[in-house]
Design a protein around this ligand. Structure first.
Ligand code: SF4
Ligand code: SF4
Length: 471
C-alpha cells in the first residue's frame, strides 16, 4: 500500500499509486478548471505533488501548456537567477560486475577495454580538468568490490582534493557510485563529498529487474532504498535521476516525484538535485531497441513540470544532449550542466576522444571555454560556485534557504566571483571580452549595498591574484 513515510521501496514507490496517477492525469488532460487550479498552486512556489504535476505533464491544452513553460521559466529565475553551475564527470574505473543492458560497461561486454586509474593517473586527469577551469567534479565508477572497493574511491577523493595547480583546485567532489551500505556512506561523508548521486534508471520494478538481470544492482529494493541509507550515513545532499527511454516516461515522472516526496516525508529534505539523462548510443548499445524513447518536446515538458513540482531542487543536464536541446531546456529549469566532458576512463589526458571506451556518446563536444562563452552569449552567468557545502549549507539548511528564495543572494555574487576567476585564469580572449561585459552588467543586479561592496572589493582582489572568495 502507498505510504510516503514507509522505508520499503515498494510502498513509497507503490506501483498501484503510480498507475492510478497516470490514469487520473490522462482523464484530466483537458480539464481546464483543474489545470488552472494546479497552476495557481504552482505559483505559490511551494511545489506540487506527483498527482498534480502528472496532470500538468498530461495537459493537452495549448494555452495551458504555454503557461506551464512560462511559469517554469519564471520560477527558475525566482529561485536561482540566471546562473548556471558547471561541472565535469571524472570516470575512475569501468570495471563492473553488473549487467545493466543499456550500459556498455556491463560485465559481459568483452569488447570493452577495461581500465582503472591509478592515483597518479587521477592526478593527471585532475590537472587537465583544472587547466580547463573546472572546480566541481562528479566521480563515476562501475560496481566491482575487487577492483573498485570503497577504499579506492576514498583514496581517489583524497587525491583529487589535494591537487593544487597554479590557481586551480577542485573544491567539490560529487560521487556517483553504486548503492552501498550506511557505513560506506558515512565514510564518503567523512571524505567531504558534496552530493551523492545515484540514478534509479527505472522505477518500474519488473522492468528494472529485467534490465538488470544479474549482479548486485539486480536488487530493486536495495537500489531504491539507497538514498535512505545515504541519509542515515549523514549525507544530506542526494541526487536522483532516471534514464529516460527505459520505461514509460509518465511512470518515471510520477515515481521520481514520489521518491522526492518520500525523502521529504522521512528526512524533511528533498533531493538536492535531479538529473535528466536520456538513453544514448554507445559501444554494444543501440538506443533503438528501447521503445520508450522520448522526443525533445516531451523532454522539455518533463523538465518544466519537475521545475514546478520541486522548485527548490537543482536540475542537471549533461553533454549527452546536443547544444540545441540544452539551449532549449536551460530556460525551463536546468540549473547545472556539464561542459567539456569526456566519458571514458582517462579521457581528459588523451588528445582524441576514445569512442570505444565511452560510457555514452557525447553529443555536445565543445570545450569548456566554448560552453562558457555560449552561456554568456545567451545571457546566463556561468558559475563555478561550490560555496554551499563548504559553508555548511547542506540538507535542511540549504533547503530552508532555497525554499525562502534567499539562496539567490549567495548564488548571484558567487557566480560573478567564480566567473571572474575563470576569465582571469582560463578564458580565451573572445570569452573574456563577452564575460567582462556581462559581469559589469550583472553586478548592478546585486541590491544589498554590503554584498555589492564586498563583491566589488573581491573582484579587484581576484585581478591581483587572490582566489576562492564566496558568500
Ligand atoms: Fe555498471 Fe553502472 Fe554501467 Fe550498470 S550503469 S553496467 S552499474 S557502470
Ligand atoms: Fe550552488 Fe550554493 Fe553556490 Fe548557489 S551558492 S551556486 S546553491 S553552491
Amino acid at each position: 500500500m502507498y505510504s510516503p513515510r514507509s522505508m520499503k521501496a515498494t510502498e513509497f514507490i507503490d506501483d498501484a499509486e503510480v498507475q492510478a496517477t497516470i490514469a487520473y492525469a490522462a482523464a484530466h488532460a483537458k480539464d481546464k478548471a483543474l489545470i488552472q487550479e494546479i497552476l495557481q498552486e504552482a505559483k505559490k512556489n511551494r511545489g506540487l505533488n506527483h498527482r498534480q504535476a502528472s496532470v500538468l505533464l498530461a495537459c493537452e491544452l495549448e494555452e495551458e501548456n504555454a503557461q506551464i513553460f512560462a511559469l517554469a521559466e519564471q520560477m527558475k529565475i525566482d529561485f536561482y537567477g540566471n546562473r548556471i553551475v558547471l561541472f565535469a564527470p571524472l570516470y575512475l574505473s569501468n570495471y563492473c560486475i553488473n549487467r545493466c543492458v543499456y550500459c556498455p560497461y556491463h560485465g559481459q561486454n568483452k569488447q570493452m577495454p577495461r581500465k582503472k586509474l591509478s592515483q597518479g593517473e587521477i592526478a593527471e586527469e585532475v590537472l587537465a580538468l583544472q587547466d580547463m577551469g573546472h572546480k566541481r567534479l562528479a566521480i563515476e565508477a562501475g560496481e566491482d568490490p575487487v577492483n573498485n572497493p570503497i577504499e579506492y574511491i576514498l583514496e581517489s577523493i583524497n587525491t583529487i582534493y589535494q591537487i593544487k595547480h597554479k590557481h586551480g583546485s577542485i573544491r567539490r567532489v560529487n560521487v556517483n557510485i553504486a548503492a552501498t551500505t550506511v557505513e560506506n556512506y558515512r565514510a564518503l561523508k567523512n571524505a567531504a563529498i558534496g552530493t551523492y548521486i545515484l540514478f534509479q534508471e527505472t522505477y518500474q520494478k519488473d522492468n528494472y529487474e529485467s534490465l538488470h538481470p544479474a549482479g548486485p544492482k539486480h536488487d530493486y529494493a536495495y537500489h531504491t532504498e539507497a538514498m535512505d541509507r545515504a541519509m542515515e550515513g549523514g549525507i544530506d545532499d542526494v541526487g536522483l535521476g532516471v534514464l529516460f527511454g527505459l520505461a514509460s516516461y509518465r511512470y518515471e515522472f510520477a515515481a521520481l516525484l514520489m521518491h522526492a516526496e518520500h525523502l521529504e516525508a522521512v528526512f524533511n529534505v528533498g533531493p538536492h538535485t535531479i538529473s535528466f539523462p536520456r538513453i544514448k548510443p554507445a559501444q554494444d548499445i543501440d538506443p533503438n531497441v528501447f521503445d520508450n524513447g522520448i522526443n525533445d518536446e516531451i523532454f522539455a515538458k518533463i523538465i518544466a513540470c519537475v521545475r514546478l513540482a520541486a522548485p527548490y531542487t537543482g536540475m542537471i543536464i549533461s553533454t549527452r544532449e546536443s547544444q540545441a536541446c540544452r539551449e532549449k531546456v536551460l530556460r525551463y529549469g536546468i540549473s547545472q550542466i556539464s561542459g567539456g566532458s569526456r566519458t571514458s576512463v582517462g579521457g581528459y589526458t588523451t588528445e582524441e576522444r576514445e569512442h570505444d571506451s565511452e560510457q555514452f556518446e557525447v553529443s555536445d563536444q565543445r570545450s569548456l571555454d566554448e560552453v562558457v562563452r555560449w552561456l554568456l552569449q545567451l545571457g546566463y552567468i556561468p558559475s563555478f560556485c561550490t560555496a554551499c557545502y563548504r559553508q555548511g549549507r547542506t540538507g535542511d539548511r540549504f533547503m530552508a534557504l532555497c525554499k525562502s528564495q534567499q539562496i539567490l543572494n549567495c548564488c548571484h555574487p558567487n557566480a560573478l566571483l567564480t566567473l571572474k576567476e575563470f576569465l582571469e585564469d582560463y578564458a580565451s580572449p573572445a570569452t573574456k571580452e563577452v564575460g567582462e561585459k556581462i559581469l559589469a552588467e550583472q553586478l548592478k543586479l546585486i541590491t544589498q549595498p554590503k554584498v555589492l561592496d564586498i563583491t566589488q572589493r573581491e573582484l579587484k582582489q581576484i585581478v591581483h591574484g587572490e582566489r576562492d572568495f564566496y558568500f
